[in-house]
Design a protein around this ligand. Structure first.
Ligand code: SF4
Length: 362
């Protein structure tokens, strides 16, 4: 593909132009499109709207399990036999301490996730009080993921300062019945509309690798654009044994990067987040994802671990990016180094290879 093709793509993103479906599919699949110039085109759009900053998000799994829904990708679903340790909602003290820790770790946003179809009115009141306390104590953005909510719930949460509501679309409308049967795509859209009407920012994204076609991936990006979603987590399925969707999708790092580029072109001003599957699917190419995306999770995901915080911070620094936080990236890295130095002698010995690693045949 000639240089002009990539320049025109960047220009379209910078101008906020819609791309035709055929071109979107081409971006995802065509071997004629080379990865580096594609990433560069997406980076030009990313740089215009988000500079070289990376937002760090920390997710708090505020309640694990006990969900009556059957989302096939989720270890907390009633349809899953995954070996998770279920627990009811954490105490307010625990949640406040974790919010403080997230703030002090340089997180720009603290995301609280509650399993379940949606909160009762009593639970909404409780969450509102908790969010009010967090917002009054720490200058951190708060995002809530609590399932389906209605207009009244959204107004209550907005009144206490909730910044964002997360409710992923996950896949296209057509593919949705294949990944969940206990609620509909329309239920999800209704929740997003309720939050938007109340003035809460939207966080809604996709999980790639659930048997969908490339055109479903394109459709989700376009729906998110229509909804003017401010924050888009791009997840790649991490298959958890025991889940209905427990097969590893055969998607390489290049596909993940192409999806991120497409989402940047179609949603130029949005925060595009490298979400679950970063380590599993991007592998050694993780750093390249910072060119189309401007946000990522540290400290793992809802039910799966991720790279260590220090590895992630170092990756951001090595690539010449900065972080969006009250504290400097260097300061956070020093803090991580200090924590490493607190390792006990035994821990440090575990870092060294022993003779069985060095001479396995003996
Ligand atoms: S994604 Fe949410 S609603 Fe669906 S099963 Fe998991 S916790 Fe329940």
């Amino acid at each position: 593909m000639e240089r002009r093709f990539y320049d025109e793509l960047a220009q379209a993103g910078l101008q906020g132009d819609m791309l035709p479906d055929e071109l979107c599919l081409h971006i995802l699949t065509s071997s004629a499109i080379e990865l580096l110039p594609l990433l560069d085109a997406a980076y030009q759009v990313r740089k215009k709207y988000t500079g070289n900053e990376v937002q760090l998000h920390i997710i708090n799994n505020a309640q694990n399990g006990y969900c009556p829904e059957d989302c096939h990708y989720c270890a907390q679903a009633k349809s899953s036999n995954a070996d998770i340790e279920a627990y009811p909602m954490k105490s307010d003290a625990e949640m406040l301490a974790e919010a403080q820790c997230a703030y002090e770790s340089g997180a720009y946003r603290y995301c609280m996730v509650f399993a379940g179809r949606g909160p009762s009115k009593k639970r909404v009141e409780h969450l509102a009080k908790l969010i009010g306390k967090i917002k009054s104590r720490y200058p951190i953005q708060v995002c809530l993921s609590a399932g389906l909510i209605d207009d009244e719930d959204a107004r209550t949460l907005k009144a206490v300062g909730l910044d964002r509501l997360n409710h992923n679309l996950n896949t296209s409308e057509k593919h949705y019945p294949k990944i969940c049967t206990t609620h509909t795509y329309q239920d999800r859209l209704d929740t997003l509309h309720a939050a938007q009407t109340a003035g809460i920012e939207l966080c809604a994204g996709i999980i790639v690798g659930m048997g969908e076609a490339e055109k479903d991936v394109v459709e989700v990006a376009k729906t998110l654009r229509e909804l003017r979603v401010q924050s888009i987590p791009v997840n790649f399925l991490v298959p958890i044994p025991g889940n209905v969707l427990s097969e590893a999708p055969n998607l390489g790092p290049e596909y993940y990067l192409r999806v991120l580029c497409l989402y940047r072109f179609l949603n130029p001003k949005a925060d595009i987040r490298i979400a679950a599957g970063r380590e599993v699917h991007l592998r050694s190419m993780q750093v390249m994802a910072l060119y189309p995306a401007n946000s990522l999770f540290v400290d793992g995901y809802l039910n799966t671990r991720g790279a260590s915080r220090s590895q992630t911070l170092q990756m951001i620094k090595d690539a010449g990016f900065t972080i969006k936080a009250d504290r400097a990236l260097e300061e956070l890295l020093k803090q991580e180094d200090a924590a490493q130095n607190l390792l006990t002698i035994d821990d440090r010995k575990a870092l060294l290879k022993d003779i069985k690693d060095l001479r396995p045949q003996i």
